[in-house]
Design a protein around this ligand. Structure first.
Ligand code: GCO
Length: 453
């Protein structure tokens, strides 16, 4: 058996990681533009000023996507490129760029999936309090309306937020992503609530203004656990911890996604986080809980968990074996994460699952023969896709798979030190080289996932 008919194969990117042209054609600054200027914030002092220069080379990049045979392309729109101040004044040149890019994709038979927000928050709004400002959901809705009014005569697939957990926890609590803050938990829970409201307002706006029937979802990331054995008992307990709230871990899937898919915060979280929570307004949950068409999963790895028999949710992480398989960024290779997590999410939320990101950083370079040989990436993708297929065979409704990433790009605080792409970028010359894995992925797409290595 292969994947269902109509399963979508694509690759993903994000605006700040590839576009460059950071201060061109009227674009406003984002929190990432500003943090990149802070000494020590990004490894080697790298910035997204030029990145892959995709803003100027998008035609070449779309031609590459076609060469790889991508059916779909997940990209994000830069909020401050469209609204330099975050609200109000529209930058027509910014919108024109996305207009042309969408046309280029469609002319080449590639379906665009647009993420409205992938972390490049307008600096002008940050100065007004950013996600802590009660107006922030409305700011996001205004931005969503402008993008949707312009592109929805051609775009039918929308993702509101990419990994809200990362930009709130890494960006506002740990301080290692932009805007580089270390706020206390009162503020963090308020910011979480505001981003969920922003998601809800964006969904309402997309549905209200879309010119075509459309599909809308969100792409979260969270705790990803793998049962140590596949005994019924371990599976059940692992599912329980996937959706449990813990005081010292703000990444709980249920805290972030139950409001979105069920319209309420989980009871265990309400009890554990009570002292940090502000009053929730009566209609908030109605706004957050909008009908969605899919559940986006950004999954790279999972942690194997072992349970103790006495206490129901007492568990420990199973230690990796010495010399375990790991990628260049030192993430363990755990293909079963792409079986268990889609399965747990599907079982809980009942929505078709769309893998919005999965891939690896590898030590790729251009070989003496001018090609990029990346057998590890082929092996990694093969193993993970196989697990997703197993989930589909076991009844998980899997809609599609996007590999991260189309091309090597600016890996946030790691700068250009990590290469996640199907396409190699030489950042000095901006030369693109299609890696071996991309040609292999082409055969995966052609066979709808039936290929073996
Ligand atoms: C993320 C982001 C990507 C990263 C990728 C690799 O979801 O963390 O969406 O921007 O580059 O995940 O870390």
């Amino acid at each position: 058996m292969t994947f269902q008919k109509g399963f979508i194969w694509g690759a993903a990117t994000a605006a700040y990681q590839i576009e460059g042209a950071a201060f061109e054609d009227g674009k406003g600054p984002s929190v990432w533009d500003m943090c990149c200027r802070r000494p020590g914030f990004v490894k080697d002092g790298d910035t997204g000023d030029i990145a892959c220069d995709h803003y100027h080379r998008y035609k070449e990049d779309v031609a590459i996507m076609k060469e790889i045979g991508l059916q779909a392309y997940r990209m994000s729109v830069s909020w401050p490129r469209v609204l330099p101040d975050g609200t109000g004044r529209v930058n027509e040149k910014g919108l024109d760029f996305y207009d042309k890019l969408i046309d280029e994709l469609l002319n080449n038979g590639i379906i665009p999936y647009i993420t409205l927000f992938h972390w490049d928050y307008p600096y002008e709004l940050y100065k007004k309090g950013g996600w802590l400002n009660p107006e922030s959901p409305e700011w996001f809705a205004e931005y969503a309306r402008i993008v949707v009014e312009r592109l929805s005569d051609r775009v039918k697939h929308w993702i509101t937020l990419n990994e809200p957990q990362c930009f709130i926890i890494l960006g506002h609590y740990d301080g290692i992503h932009a805007p580089g803050l270390k706020l206390d938990k009162y503020d963090i829970f308020q910011a979480i609530h505001n981003t969920l409201l922003a998601h809800g307002r964006a969904v309402e706006t997309i549905r209200q203004y879309s010119k075509l029937p459309c599909e809308v979802g969100i792409a979260p990331v969270g705790n990803t656990y793998i049962p140590e054995t596949s005994s019924e008992k371990d599976i059940k307990k692992t599912r329980d911890v996937m959706f449990a709230c813990f005081e010292d871990n703000l990444w709980s899937n249920s805290w972030w996604m139950d409001p979105v898919y069920f319209g309420k915060y989980p009871e265990d979280g309400l009890a554990k986080y009570e002292r940090w929570l502000s009053q929730i307004k009566q209609d908030d949950m109605k706004i957050i809980h909008q009908p969605l068409d899919f559940f986006g999963c950004n999954i790279y790895q999972g942690v194997r968990v072992r349970f103790s028999d006495e206490k129901p949710l007492k568990f420990e992480y199973v230690k990796n074996k010495p010399g375990y398989d790991q990628t260049a960024i030192k993430w363990p290779v755990t293909p079963e994460a792409l079986y268990w997590c889609p399965r747990f999410f599907y079982e809980r939320y009942g929505k078709p699952v769309l893998i919005t990101e999965n891939g690896l950083s590898n030590t790729d370079w251009v070989s003496v023969d001018g090609k990029v040989h990346d057998p590890q990436r082929i092996d990694f993708l093969y193993r993970y896709i196989k697990e997703l297929k197993r989930a589909a065979q076991d009844g998980v409704e899997a809609k599609g798979y996007f590999t991260w990433s189309l091309m090597d790009n600016f890996e946030w605080a790691q700068g250009y030190n990590e290469r996640f792409g199907l396409v190699h970028i030489d950042y000095t010359t901006q030369k693109r080289t299609i890696k071996d894995s991309a040609y292999w992925y082409k055969t995966v797409i052609e066979s709808n996932g039936d290929v073996i290595i």
